[in-house]
Design a protein. Structure first.
Length: 438
């Protein structure tokens, strides 16, 4: 079932660091992430404006509410993963969220200016984003083997950046025409389109991906994932390696939250209407995705092959550490926006593909349940803790400088943790044998 030999196929495959027979699945993965991120980034500027509508001083409560919802959702998703065949799990998750988006579209049309609707949507989309993206990367780690992941994940992640480029533009230039209800409806359609691409990838897995006859043995995707609804948590707690991944994620969330709160505060001061705020957030998102796309297409995969995963997980935290030091010395909106853009470009282009490469060789229970717990509860727990820490730092009255100094220290620890995990992945210890996490 290999693809026909064609010079153009070879040239395109070579350009994206793929084998000719991997071109179509790589494009399918690219398209799946395009649909997810285009839909999300159409709604992200609305979320940011709604967060401001609910009060910048209340953001830590929204972060805490998101964490609590995650705690409730994780065992439910773990239960679903234990009773539904792995090949159908994404269908259930994305179908559920598509229905949610349709309900929000109706609610937006009826109660557009409700503060409590704004707060509910802010929490919901914060949960939605992590779940749909985490499940998508679990799917990729399931469909592609370890060697394919190193070559292809950067290009697949570029689909997220292209979607992240188009989504904010749609939001910025059509908000007055489609309104919030129309954007939510459009996002639901894109989520359903992602399901069609998922079906192709799981079919290809059997003859060209991680399930092909000459690949290492893997569990059947036609069976539910092993373990109980809480087995992902116990896997993490038993593995020093996965606990290291948790620390990396918490430090990532801390740096992100400190910058996010400062951005929200300054945007609320400088831009007074929701339309202006949505446009500002949309333009920042556009700049981020443009920079990430260039890196993903031409840099990330080749760096991972030549210098290893450690280079992807170390470089960005080190740059963020330097940026926080610069912010402490020059606490301006331009410096903050520049650091925010660099941090997010680095996360999308280097950190996210690098993190997902860590999971490609692991068993299905780790890929779906342990990974989902880390991507959701641990990440949002880091958000909530750092949100309250940021509020405490603000109460000390030292302004942006103190926040930046603490952020620089956290980013330095983050860089060391990333280097350690990357070296473990590059050496193959604790991963190839799977003994430490099974």
């Amino acid at each position: 079932m290999s693809a026909p030999d064609h010079p153009l196929r070879h040239r395109v495959a070579r350009a994206i660091n793929a084998e000719p027979d991997e071109l179509c699945p790589a494009l399918a993965g690219f398209g799946l992430f395009f649909c997810l991120f285009c839909g999300y980034f159409m709604l992200r500027p609305i979320r940011e404006a709604m967060g401001i509508q609910g009060g910048v001083e209340n953001l830590q409560w929204l972060f805490t509410a998101t964490f609590v919802v995650m705690l409730i959702a994780v065992p439910l998703f773990g239960w679903l993963n234990s009773v539904v065949a792995r090949v159908q799990f994404v269908d259930w998750v994305y179908g559920f969220f598509a229905i949610n988006l349709l309900l929000f579209a109706v609610t937006f049309a009826l109660h557009d200016d409700s503060v409590w609707l704004a707060r509910t949507f802010y929490v919901w989309i914060s949960v939605y984003n992590l779940y749909v993206v985490s499940v998508a990367w679990s799917l990729m780690a399931d469909a592609f083997d370890s060697a394919q992941a190193r070559r292809l994940f950067a290009f697949i992640a570029a689909g997220a950046s292209v979607g992240g480029l188009i989504g904010p533009l749609i939001s910025a230039f059509s908000i007055d025409v489609l309104g919030q209800a129309g954007l939510a409806l459009f996002s639901a359609v894109l989520l359903l389109a992602a399901l069609a691409l998922k079906r192709y990838l799981m079919a290809w897995r059997e003859y060209g991906g991680a399930g092909r006859p000459d690949s290492p043995p893997s569990e059947s995707p036609r069976k539910p994932v092993a373990g109980n609804p809480f087995s992902g948590i116990t896997k993490v707690l038993r593995s020093p390696y996965l606990l290291g991944v948790c620390l990396f994620v918490v430090l990532l969330a801390t740096a992100s939250t400190f910058l996010y709160f400062e951005q929200a505060r300054l945007v609320a001061e400088l831009f007074t209407t929701r339309g202006e705020q949505i446009r500002v957030f949309g333009l920042i998102d556009f700049a981020v995705q443009a920079g990430a796309l260039v890196s993903q297409l031409f840099i990330t995969g080749r760096i991972a092959q030549r210098f290893g995963v450690s280079s992807l997980l170390f470089a960005v935290p080190a740059l963020v550490c330097a940026g926080f030091i610069g912010l402490a010395l020059a606490p301006t909106f331009a410096m903050l926006a520049g650091l925010m853009i660099v941090r997010r470009i680095g996360e999308y282009a280097f950190i996210r593909p690098g993190r997902e490469m860590l999971f490609a060789p692991l068993d299905a229970e780790t890929k779906y349940k342990a990974k989902n717990f880390i991507d959701t509860v641990v990440y949002r727990g880091g958000d909530a803790i750092s949100a309250w820490a940021k509020s405490l730092l603000d109460m000390l009255g030292q302004g942006t400088a103190l926040v930046a100094v603490v952020g620089a220290v956290c980013a330095a620890i983050w860089a060391v943790t990333g280097w350690y995990l990357g070296r473990k992945a590059d050496a193959g210890s604790e991963i190839a044998g799977k003994k430490q996490v099974s």
